[in-house]
Design a protein. Structure first.
Length: 240
């Protein structure tokens, strides 16, 4: 009877251990199941408006809050650009999704380049992150190679890399004068007269003279009565 009783005790002991193991495994699986059923998958809020993003978060059992705003080249202004935690990840219910809202593409203020040379205008435009577009030259009353107008206008806002087109002066048509007779006049007075008329300073050459004291005009090119263009210089021969 003793051996039989011993086997019986061992059998009951083994059965009890099995029940404990089964109970422990069941509890572990129940814990894992409970934990997993308390997790939610984070929705993708990219491109949604603030109100739609908040609604999608609530539907998933999560909260929603804006963290900042930033420029974005692909997402239109007002849409969600980034989020944390990321879309598709698993998190606990009630966690807040923090998101960034798009300000749209970065906008640059177009600089004022009126009156600048083409080279100066290009430098200013490119320093702002824009590019020089078409350059059209026309005859104008201003100095050569000066910006007459621009498009877009100064102060407008454009995306990075946008072109700025220029209308540039090639200078006006030269005026034509009849060359006056300058002989016998003081060279200093002649230079002042030419400057006042908007002409270039004269080119001076010297020559000896018995008729005039030093500093007087003896001869000139062009000759009196000939055509003289606005950008043309008169050559004066002056007594020494």
């Amino acid at each position: 009877m003793a051996p039989s009783r011993g086997r019986s005790i061992l059998a009951w002991t083994g059965f009890g251990c099995g029940l404990l193991i089964a109970a422990g495994a069941g509890a572990w699986f129940a814990l894992v199941y409970t934990a997993r059923t308390n997790e939610v998958r984070v929705p993708d809020l990219t491109g949604l408006s603030e109100s739609d993003a908040a609604a999608a978060a609530r539907t998933a059992g999560l909260g929603f809050a804006l963290s900042d705003e930033r420029p974005d080249e692909t997402v239109p202004e007002g849409g969600i650009t980034q989020q944390q935690p990321p879309a598709g990840s698993v998190t606990r219910p009630g966690r807040t999704i923090r998101a960034s809202r798009s300000l749209g593409p970065a906008r640059i203020i177009v600089p004022d380049v009126a009156g600048r040379s083409t080279g100066e205008a290009r430098t200013l435009i490119e320093q702002e992150g824009l590019t020089l577009g078409s350059v059209t030259a026309v005859r104008w009353t201003t100095q050569d190679d000066r910006v007459i107008s621009q498009h877009p206008a100064a102060g407008a806002r454009r995306q990075s890399g946008a072109p700025v087109n220029l209308l540039v002066s090639r200078g006006g048509r030269d005026r034509v004068y009849v060359t006056p007779d300058l002989s016998g006049r003081r060279a200093d007075d002649v230079a002042a007269f030419l400057e006042g008329a908007g002409l270039r300073p004269p080119i001076l050459r010297s020559a000896p003279s018995r008729e005039y004291p030093p500093g007087y005009v003896l001869a000139q090119t062009p000759a009196p009565g000939d055509a003289l263009r606005q950008r043309q210089s008169i050559t004066l021969t002056v007594s020494q």
